[in-house]
Design a binder for this molecule. Sequence first.
Ligand SMILES: [Zn+2]
Length: 102
Amino acid sequence: MAKRKASSPEDEFIARDEAKRRELEQLKRQQAEAEAARQERIGTCPGGCESKLVHEDFRDLTIDRCHSCGGVWLDPGELEKIATDDASLVRDFFDFFRGTSE
Ligand SMILES: [Zn+2]
């Protein structure tokens, strides 16, 4: 086996550059895997059961429901819309969870 020559500044630069390139490739691979996993989770229950959510109409909203765990998921602004439409119902709902309902 040939003995390696002591590394020159150029060799060290090339080695560091190669290490950075490999690190960047690994980072890109990890990002691609994370994005693929995120895409796979779209439309699945965020409650952890990973079942597909079913879109159901509630008044003029489309609400995502999980038939596995019973979770109901609202998009941004939908709770405010419900609260505006029927403030007393939502107040009763929150009072129930706060334990202040009679
Ligand atoms: Zn669920």
